[in-house]
Design a protein. Structure first.
Length: 236
C-alpha cells in the first residue's frame, strides 16, 4: 500500500509542471478571446493586435508579441496565422514570467521574460527556466543565461542537460560572457567543464611577454655590438 501511495505521489510531481503550463496557456487564450468579445469586433479574435494590447495590459513586453506576428507575415502567413503566432508569443511570455518568478522574491525584468520566451520558442520547457532561476545568485541577471539555454539546447538537443550545466555555471558565478562563449560551442560537456580561456589566455600572454623580452634583449645585444664597433673605430 505504501509503495502505491509513493508511486502516485511521484507521478503527481511529474505531471504538475505540465498541468501548470497548460493552465497558463489556456488562461492567456481565454483572456484574449474575452477581450475580443468585449470589443464587439468579430474580426478582433483573429487580429494579432488583440494579443499585443493584452500583453501591454498584463505588464509583458508587447513588442515581442508584435514581432512574432510581423515575422509570421514576412513568411507569407495569413492574418489568422499571424494572430495565432501572436497569441503563442503571449502565452510564452506569461509562462516565462511565472517560471522565472515562481512566487518567490525574484521579480523578472522585461528582458529576462523575453529571453525566457525565446528559450521556450527554441524548445525549452518551463521547468528548465525555473531551474536556472532557482539556482542563480540573487539579483543576477538571467538574460544572457536564458539566451545561452536557447542556443545550447537547440544545438545539442538536450535542454535539460543544458539548463543544469548553465545553472551550475551560475552557481560558480561564471560571467555572462563566459556562459555565452560556452553555449556557442554547442556542447553541454563544455558548459559543464566551464571556461578555460583564462588559463590559455594567461599562457599566451606569458609567451608573448617572453618573446617580447627576448626581442628587446636581442636588440640590446645588437645595439651593444654596434656601439662597441663604432667606439673601436674611433679609438684605435
Amino acid at each position: 500500500m505504501m509503495k502505491r501511495i509513493s508511486y502516485v505521489a511521484a507521478m503527481a510531481m511529474l505531471i504538475a509542471p505540465a498541468m501548470l503550463a497548460a493552465q497558463a496557456s489556456a488562461s492567456v487564450r481565454t483572456s484574449v478571446s474575452a477581450r475580443a468579445e468585449a470589443n464587439g469586433d468579430s474580426r478582433a479574435a483573429a487580429s494579432a493586435d488583440v494579443s499585443v494590447r493584452a500583453a501591454a495590459d498584463a505588464g509583458l513586453p508587447p513588442e515581442v508579441v508584435a514581432r512574432a506576428a510581423a515575422d509570421a507575415r514576412a513568411r507569407g502567413a495569413s492574418e489568422a496565422q499571424a494572430a495565432r503566432a501572436a497569441a503563442d508569443a503571449y502565452t510564452r511570455l506569461a509562462v516565462s514570467r511565472a517560471a522565472l518568478g515562481d512566487g518567490g522574491e525574484r521579480q523578472p525584468t522585461q528582458a529576462e521574460i523575453a529571453a525566457g520566451a525565446r528559450a521556450m520558442a527554441a524548445g525549452a520547457p518551463r521547468a528548465d527556466l525555473a531551474m536556472i532561476a532557482e539556482r542563480a545568485p540573487a539579483r543576477r541577471s538571467l538574460t544572457a543565461s536564458l539566451d545561452a539555454l536557447a542556443r545550447l539546447g537547440a544545438e545539442s538537443g538536450d535542454f535539460r542537460g543544458s539548463a543544469a550545466a548553465i545553472a551550475g555555471q551560475l552557481g560558480r558565478n561564471a560571467s555572462d560572457r563566459a556562459i555565452t562563449r560556452l553555449a556557442a560551442t554547442g556542447s553541454v560537456d563544455a558548459m559543464l567543464r566551464g571556461p578555460t580561456g583564462g588559463v590559455n589566455a594567461a599562457g599566451s600572454l606569458g609567451a608573448s611577454a617572453t618573446s617580447q623580452a627576448g626581442g628587446l634583449l636581442n636588440a640590446g645585444g645588437s645595439l651593444g655590438g654596434s656601439l662597441s664597433g663604432a667606439v673601436g673605430g674611433i679609438i684605435p
